[in-house]
Design a protein around this ligand. Structure first.
Ligand SMILES: [Zn+2]
Length: 69
């Protein structure tokens, strides 16, 4: 067993990708698939979630919450 080549499926199109230096875009099969995935990532699918997280982080803790009687 000298071959140590693993193959994974491109998460974008399902094409087999050799897990090695020859596949710089792994786990994607190509730069195209990588960019498509990153594009979807940045544009729509995850935008809402990221925005929500941002808002949460952005909420200033300096807001005075006076609850005095
Ligand atoms: Zn692909």
């Amino acid at each position: 067993m000298t071959q140590n080549t693993r193959t994974v499926a491109c998460p974008r199109c399902g094409a087999p990708v050799r897990w090695g230096a020859e596949s710089p875009f792994r786990p994607f099969c190509s730069e195209r698939c990588k960019m498509i995935d990153l594009g979807a990532w940045a544009s729509e699918e995850y935008r809402v979630a990221v925005k929500g997280a941002e808002e949460e982080q952005d909420a200033s803790p300096a807001a005075p919450k006076r609850d005095a009687p």
